[in-house]
Design a protein around this ligand. Structure first.
Ligand SMILES: C[S@@+](CC[C@H](N)C(=O)[O-])C[C@H]1O[C@@H](n2cnc3c(N)ncnc32)[C@H](O)[C@@H]1O
Length: 295
């Protein structure tokens, strides 16, 4: 399958794509928090970028196609703004876009906050262009928790009640985020995992269809598209990220791509693992505290 990458501004890139050409747009825009790739720093900037892009995204998308917008939170001085709420208010001004899901992506690792609960989720807003849209649920079903359940009454009494292909994965997805020891980690500071995009590609884009990402970053969406036999076009304003994405694609084409599979269980530390043990010093401290409480 073909993947085409461009070093360009997202809006310019979109403006050069033909109307009704993309089956699926998956992207994670800058959060406007002054990250190394972020030239904008405020919520007002975030709104402005989205207002400028909305109509171009809709124009480029095929009728029945989908936009999946992956975003987290804008945090400044411990004040949190959920960016999906902001993006929703901008995108929903288009009469053509209909929100189908707000998918919660949850993960176990991140910064340890001292003045609020540590953030362990971001989200994906899934919009479709129009009311008739593609959703291949069977392509993304997951194993049931109780596959042996049976109808206990009615005409199907005694027959298995689940779907033999598995169940709907729901709208809360636990997928490890890409931290330093993750197999997919590149020099990009904010990658999302390939499988986050891969499930969306399978469900929302036909085989051979076109997936677009105007904020390419390290190319995670491109790898997801290629893995699933879809075409890809994307851009990033930073040449170094386009180079990283291109080298991941080259690795993919050489059969060297490293992706953490979606069905790999989340690591649970075993009691015997050194780092899973409660340190001896804490144990004695804890027993001291408990004995004080007991008095
Ligand atoms: C959150 S990151 C995307 C990460 C990507 N999803 C991945 O998995 O690697 C946002 C990207 O947008 C790029 N970017 C920022 N402003 C841009 C603009 N005006 N046009 C195109 N890309 C831009 C940044 O360089 C950054 O790589």
């Amino acid at each position: 399958m073909v993947a085409q990458l461009f070093r360009k501004d997202a809006l310019k890139f979109l403006s050069e794509l033909p109307s009704n050409s993309a089956d699926l747009i998956i992207s994670s825009p800058p959060y406007c928090m002054g990250k190394e790739y972020d030239t904008h720093c405020t919520i007002e900037d975030f709104i402005e970028i989205h207002e400028h892009m909305r109509d171009e995204l809709v124009r480029v998308l095929k009728r029945g196609g989908s936009i999946c917008w992956q975003i987290g939170h804008h945090v400044s001085n411990n004040v949190v703004v959920p960016l999906d709420a902001v993006a929703y208010s901008v995108f929903s001004k288009s009469k053509k876009l209909k929100l189908r899901n707000r998918i919660i992506w949850t993960f176990g690792h991140g910064a340890h906050c001292r003045k609020r609960f540590s953030g362990r989720h971001e989200s994906v807003l899934w919009f479709t262009k129009g009311s008739v849209y593609r959703f291949s649920l069977d392509a993304v079903r997951v194993p049931q928790k109780y596959p042996g359940k049976r109808h206990h009454k009615g005409p199907k009494q005694g027959e298995p009640s689940g779907n033999p292909l598995g169940k709907n994965p729901g709208d809360v997805w636990e997928i490890p985020n890409v931290k330093s020891n993750h197999v997919e980690k590149t020099a990009h500071p904010c990658q999302f995992p390939v499988t986050l995009a891969q499930r969306l590609v399978k469900a929302l884009c036909p085989r051979g269809g076109l997936v677009v990402d105007p904020f390419l970053g390290s190319g995670s969406t491109a790898i997801a598209a290629l893995l699933e036999g879809r075409r890809f076009m994307g851009c990033d304003i930073e040449p170094k990220y386009v180079r990283i994405a291109q080298s991941r694609i080259d690795d993919f084409n050489a059969g060297l791509s490293k992706v953490r599979p979606l069905d790999r269980p989340i690591h649970v530390p075993r009691a015997g693992d050194g780092v899973a043990q409660i340190p001896e010093e804490w144990l004695s401290g804890r027993s001291r505290r408990i004995s004080v409480l007991a008095k």
